[in-house]
Write a protein that binds this ligand. Structure first.
Ligand code: HEM
Length: 120
């Protein structure tokens, strides 16, 4: 149940991010809507809380938890690259966007493998 909430929040965070990138390119004036200012912070905070709750519920801290630390750090990286994507323009925007998608992919791979070096 909690895991499904976690996954739903991931989809919402990614969905709102993609929508903001689309607006930044096509209709930047719409980016100033109040809900679009609040939603990313609200959703990311609840995603973080759901991750912490899952960590405690699963007793993951009793095992090798490097992958959870990795997820936390990468999540900060995703947020930073996401901000850069929206603040920058042209080539730099697409580089930051590509980087944010790559970091997201890494987080999902690490989450599924439950270890940092998921390809071993
Ligand atoms: C952008 C951020 C995040 C993404 C994309 C993400 C993605 C995922 C995915 C796809 C799973 C399911 C993996 C599976 O079991 O197959 C998962 C599970 C999990 N996530 Fe996250 N997550 C994020 C943030 C976090 C954070 C910040 C934490 C901890 C503070 C966290 C803790 C967990 C835990 C403990 C599970 C395992 C639940 C279980 O199987 O018992 N996640 N996450």
């Amino acid at each position: 149940m909690l895991k499904h909430i976690h996954l739903l929040l991931v989809l919402l965070v990614v969905g709102v991010f993609l929508y903001r990138v689309y607006l930044a390119e096509r209709k930047p004036e719409l980016l100033d809507q109040k809900w679009l200012k609040l939603a990313p912070h609200g959703l990311a905070s609840i995603l973080l809380l759901s991750g912490i709750a899952l960590t405690l519920q699963g007793g993951w801290l009793d095992m090798a938890y490097g992958w959870i630390v990795a997820k936390l750090i990468l999540m900060l990286g995703f947020i930073a690259l996401g901000l850069l994507t929206l603040k920058s323009q042209g080539k730099q925007r697409w580089q930051a966007f590509g980087g944010s998608l790559l970091v997201l992919f890494l987080i999902v791979k690490i989450a599924a493998a439950k270890q940092v070096v998921f390809f071993l």
